[in-house]
Write a protein that binds this ligand. Structure first.
Ligand code: NAP
Length: 495
């Protein structure tokens, strides 16, 4: 394995750079890109360039598809028990390397170490879960109503998969796709986000160490995702596209995938409502909101985006919540006492500024934060606003940062209508002590995932995904995530 050629970092070993080989990972080998280009990786806490990775071209994409195709039959025919043991080894190695991986995630993404540690544990769990599922893929056997025929259903790997992931969970978004794909018997090409490639490559080295055969997982980074992805999707051997990212890019990819009628799973943007009824346990609701809003400094698709608080408790809730938000320690993610790290880019900070300025211009009042922090790094302080107009930009767009707008409501019917008044439908949060109301409102929410008296909805053992423009399909547990990488084959027989 090549030791990487990244520019030296003052604290090189601590940040786990040595676990990141330099090169595209294709066919089980680390190789330079066909072109000369490199993609710089920026530490969002310092704005320093901390590494550079290869910039894959269309020729590299073709090589990756070739490698995945070359490995497909061997992997598909590998006994499920063997596939399961390799996936289990991936889980074990991730846990062994968790501190190095968490530090690397924190460094290139900016998130607080405690969030990065949580991500590694979450990401590893997809390997453990799918190691257990790989040996339980069974078909079905039925009798046709006429009694004359038998219906046999066999589940088969869907084929070569292109996986595209965002920067906000550089480990978990990749393993949530790779683990079930491998359990199903598919080979894959992962294109991680340009901002956070180091975690993806560190994990590629881990898969190799765990015994994943050459060509089964391929990883390439590129600054031209449009043309590189289009080239892969144009290859008729590619049968699956699994994408996590923004709704806009998802729409573009769906259109591209249509040409070859490629199966698509789409995990897209969100605009989650967080509803607090006046009978809720307020301490628990604030605790839950701190997680739902501030995990990953708000850079999560499931993040609470619109916080609805019933009128009678609104002011007290706003005051207590503001105290908690204002007390959060903002700083570089890799500092052990940081609770809110930087945003991913300068552009992300500018977007937050724009949303807050727009809300203020429509009558919102800032209770804490409200302006980008001066100095080095892409920092934005935890911010709370009240009197926010529902038609302000932050009511309609994903905020994707530590900005929390509160909206006052009177009745259940009013809040259900307001919560559903969005093109998105990923997650929704409800706090009430009345479980009848909780279940009633949950059933009316137009969202794929509901957290009832909880601030965290993600669970590797549960189906993750959205409705409306938040996506298509499900990832994660039970058998939903695995099913996305299999095709049902029906065999008619008269036996
Ligand atoms: P993004 O801009 O859509 O990028 C996501 C991925 O798509 C990156 O790897 C990106 O590559 C790639 N990409 C961009 N343009 C492309 C194109 N034309 N063809 C092919 N690939 C392309 O999203 P992001 O800003 O990284 O992530 C934030 C978004 O992801 C938010 O909307 C968030 O809600 C969503 N998200 C959803 C879930 C979920 O499970 N539903 C989970 C996490 C995040 P580059 O990095 O090179 O641009």
């Amino acid at each position: 394995m090549n030791v990487n050629q990244h520019p030296p970092h003052p604290d090189h070993d601590r940040f786990g750079f040595r676990s990141v080989p330099d090169g595209l990972y294709i066919g089980g080998a680390w190789r330079p890109a066909a072109g000369e280009g490199r993609i710089q990786v920026i530490d969002p806490s310092t704005e320093a360039v901390i590494a550079a990775v290869p910039d894959a071209t269309v020729a590299d994409a073709a090589a990756a598809v070739e490698a995945a195709a070359g490995a497909a039959e061997g992997w598909r025919e590998t006994p499920p028990r063997k596939r399961s043991e390799i996936l289990r080894r991936c889980f074990e190695l991730m846990m062994e390397r968790s501190e190095t991986l968490a530090t690397l995630i924190s460094l290139e993404n900016g998130k607080a170490l405690r969030d990065a540690r949580g991500e590694v544990a979450y990401a590893a769990e997809f390997f453990r879960w799918n190691a257990e599922e790989a040996v339980r893929i069974s078909g079905e056997f039925g009798i046709a109503p006429s009694g004359a025929n038998r219906i046999v259903v066999d589940y088969q790997p869907i084929g070569i998969c292109v996986l595209i992931t965002p920067w906000n969970f550089p480990a978990a978004m990749a393993t949530r796709k790779i683990a079930p794909a491998l359990a199903a018997g598919c080979t894959v090409i992962l294109k991680p986000a340009s901002e956070t490639p180091l975690t993806a490559y560190a994990l590629a080295a881990l898969y190799k160490d765990a015994g994943v055969p050459p060509g089964v997982v391929n990883v390439l980074t590129t600054s031209t995702p449009g043309s590189v992805t289009a080239a892969m999707l144009a290859d008729p051997r590619v049968r699956k596209l699994s994408f996590t990212g923004s709704t806009g890019v998802g729409r573009t990819l769906l259109a591209q995938a249509a040409k070859n009628v490629i199966s698509c799973s789409m995990e897209l943007g969100g605009n989650a409502p967080f509803i607090v009824f006046d009978d809720a346990d307020l301490d628990a609701a604030i605790e839950g909101l701190m997680v739902a809003k501030m995990r990953n400094a708000g850079e999560a698709c499931t993040a609470a985006n619109r916080i609805y608080v019933q009128s009678a408790i609104h002011d007290a809730f706003a005051e207590n919540f503001t105290q908690r938000m204002a007390a959060l320690r903002v700083g570089p993610g890799v500092h052990s006492d940081t609770e809110c790290g930087p945003m991913i880019t300068r552009k992300a900070v500018e977007k937050l500024d724009r949303l807050v300025v727009d809300a203020i211009s429509r009558g919102a009042r800032v209770l804490c934060g409200g302006r980008a922090m001066a100095g080095c790094g892409f920092f934005y302080p935890p911010t709370v606003l009240v009197n926010v107009s529902p038609t302000s930009d932050m009511g309609c767009e994903e905020i994707f940062g530590p900005v929390a707008p509160l909206y006052r409501f009177e009745s259940e019917a009013e809040v259900v209508a307001a919560a559903n008044d969005t093109e998105y439908g990923l997650a929704a949060y409800i706090y009430t002590r009345d479980m009848g109301r909780g279940m009633r409102v949950a059933s009316k929410m137009e969202a794929g995932m509901i957290a009832l008296n909880r601030g965290l909805v993600s669970d590797p053992a549960a189906p993750f995904g959205g409705v409306k423009q938040s996506g298509l399909g499900r990832e994660g547990g039970q058998r939903y995530g695995l099913a996305e990488f299999m095709e049902a084959k029906y065999i008619a027989t008269s036996l």
